[in-house]
Design a protein around this ligand. Structure first.
Ligand SMILES: O=c1ccn([C@H]2C[C@H](O)[C@@H](COP(=O)(O)O)O2)c(=O)[nH]1
Length: 308
């Protein structure tokens, strides 16, 4: 390779057509505490600069119009275009916006979070560094009972006595931290020493994701069916980005987060006024929940005999 060829490449620096401002207002980071030891900080944003009078939403419009003349259209038209793109799932322009976060969370939350494979992650290494003496330890009010209807979740509070027992159990496992550091002092490798620590121990990472994939994360993780602890993080992330891309966030709430998806069978039930044509108990229950949310009347007929 001839580096001279590269040296000869002529780069033209085109001046900005208008005045730009920093969408993070010159801050080092925008940070929010989550639980006792966790946090999410917005570290950087792409675009970082937006034309004065606009928000970082402009980058979505710019990509959609494949135009360099940002600001040639009215802001209201831009809003209409962003909402149109969202409604019609033209997702590529939303990928042109990116956010980088520094997140501090317990390992059991990180395991759910890492499933979102469309992000770039760089995590704290427990081979390289000593794990911190920090554990997720819910308050007594946050100790939830196992739900019977939903095998994954828990919503109702647990009786006080059992909740206290659980918190004592956490105290015991957290006490193992001392054994961990004692063994490291005696020469045990960090990569093995960490395996005795509970999944409530805190880890941290830098997490960079584009807006389209972030909305997918938020739709799942801000949902009431997600585990409360990761929902607290998702809500925090939404609060952090809403200031930067308010138009896209409003479209997300209107067309995704607070929208209802109807299946073919559900549309048929609405048209006919009859019960949904399924014997699947769970599917029928899901339709029942949506029917109530939509304020539609109950069907006259009884639903089909149900199975699980
Ligand atoms: O709400 C959930 C439940 C599970 N998982 C993923 C994370 C793990 O890969 C695996 C098991 O997680 P837990 O159910 O143990 O959290 O499934 C989630 O991402 N979210």
């Amino acid at each position: 390779m001839d580096l001279n060829e590269i040296n000869n490449i002529k780069i033209e620096e085109i001046p900005a057509e208008c005045e730009y401002y920093d969408v993070m207002k010159g801050s080092h980071r925008h940070s929010v505490k989550v639980h006792d030891h966790g946090s999410v900080a917005l570290v950087d944003s792409m675009p970082r600069l937006a034309p004065v009078g606009q928000t970082a939403d402009f980058a979505i419009v710019q990509a959609a119009r494949v135009s360099y003349g940002a600001g040639t259209k009215k802001v209201s038209e831009d809003k209409g275009l962003i909402r149109y793109l969202f409604r019609h799932q033209h997702t590529s322009p939303f990928e042109m916006v990116e956010f980088k976060f520094h997140c501090v969370m317990p390992v059991f939350i990180a395991r759910q979070w890492i499933r979102h494979r469309t992000a770039n992650v760089n995590e704290y290494s427990a081979r390289y560094s000593v794990m911190p003496d920090k554990f997720y330890h819910p308050s007594a009010n946050d100790v939830r009972k196992q739900s019977v209807s939903n095998r994954q979740g828990g919503e109702e509070p647990l009786d006080t006595k059992t909740a206290e027992e659980f918190l004592e159990y956490l105290d015991q496992v957290e006490a193992s931290y001392k054994t961990y550091t004692n063994l490291l002092d005696k020469g045990l490798s960090r990569e093995l020493g960490r395996i005795g620590l509970p999944v409530s121990v805190y880890t941290e990472w830098y997490w960079k994701i584009d807006l389209h994939n972030l909305f997918h994360f938020l739709r799942l993780r801000m949902d009431s069916h997600s585990q409360k602890e990761i929902r607290d993080y998702a809500n925090t992330i939404f609060a952090l980005i809403r200031n930067i891309v308010p138009v896209a966030c409003e479209a997300f709430v209107d067309y995704s987060f607070e929208s209802i998806k109807l299946t073919r069978l559900e549309i048929e039930a609405i048209r006919s006024g009859k019960p949904i044509n399924t014997t699947n108990k769970r599917e029928a229950q899901e339709w029942e929940d949506k029917r109530k949310q939509l304020g539609l009347p109950e069907p006259d007929e009884q639903p089909k005999s149900e199975s699980a």
